[in-house]
Design a protein around this ligand. Structure first.
Ligand code: TYD
Length: 244
């Protein structure tokens, strides 16, 4: 299962991604937490190129888009795909929605190109669940004050208001996948909401897998599905938390 966290800089998503990963690990799941751009040796080098403000001449928007995509392609092939293949849960701090919001709505690059490039970079991989942490722009800017802005964060308010518009459009377009979470709530409340949604999704995933395994085998019908014993999910604790 792939879970992603999205939102503007300073929304609090990285802390929530970590809390979610910690909780899943406590429950006995194999859970991998990665960030974008980054997450592999090569991708971390690309991250430095992308975010270091004093690195080079102004980066062309197209070059920026392709560097984010290159970082993602490497992360997917080297880390995410192998982890998903062994049924680990992967939590990714930013993924393809960031590119739509920042390079599409923020920079104004054509969305059709961005979708194709995202598809190429991910091999068509789409998150099962996305948490979009929504905070007012002013609050995010206040939270970031004094933290030292990277190249993207140095963009002006207008750029970020377009990014926010992009995220809201994505939330409306994919209501089944993207859960918009009120980022002005307390950290505990946000964590609680996210935990329940993750556990609900894990329950669905398992029920679906068990239904498939109960069906008579038709050629190709369960291809790629792991044997029941291969699941790392702690079904009992999920069932327990769903009833409390
Ligand atoms: P991140 O490390 O998440 O920054 P923060 O912790 O401050 O939220 O992300 C780095 C920056 O890169 C962030 O400003 C968003 C931007 N970004 C894009 O513009 N496009 C992308 O595809 C991704 C993944 C990130």
């Amino acid at each position: 299962m792939l879970i992603t966290f999205e939102g503007i800089d300073g929304c609090g998503k990285s802390s929530q991604a970590k809390l979610t990963a910690d909780r899943l690990r406590e429950q006995g799941f194999e859970c991998l937490l990665v960030r974008e751009p980054g997450g592999t040796e090569l991708s971390e080098h690309i991250r430095t190129l992308l975010l270091d403000a004093k690195h080079h001449a102004p980066l062309a928007a197209e070059a920026e888009l392709l560097l984010f995509a290159a970082s993602r392609a490497q992360l997917v092939r080297e880390t995410i795909e192998p982890a998903l293949a062994r049924n680990a849960i992967v939590i990714c701090d930013r993924f393809t929605d960031s590119t739509i919001a920042y390079q599409g709505y923020g920079r104004g690059l054509p969305l059709a190109y961005i979708r194709s490039i995202n598809d190429l970079a991910t091999g068509g991989l789409v998150p099962d669940l996305t948490f979009l942490i929504d905070v007012p722009l002013e609050l995010a800017i206040r939270r970031r004050k004094g933290m030292g802005d990277d190249r993207m964060e140095s963009e002006g308010k207008l750029f970020f208001s377009h990014v926010v518009q992009g995220y809201m459009a994505l939330g409306q377009k994919h209501p089944d996948r993207i859960h918009v979470i009120d980022g002005t709530d307390s950290m505990e409340d946000i964590h609680h909401t996210i935990t329940r949604l993750v556990e609900y999704e894990l329950g669905n995933d398992l029920r679906h897998a068990h239904r498939m395994l109960d069906q008579p085998r038709r050629a190709g019908s369960v291809s790629g599905l792991p044997a029941t014993g291969d699941y790392h999910y702690d079904f009992e604790s999920i069932a327990e938390s769903l009833t409390t």
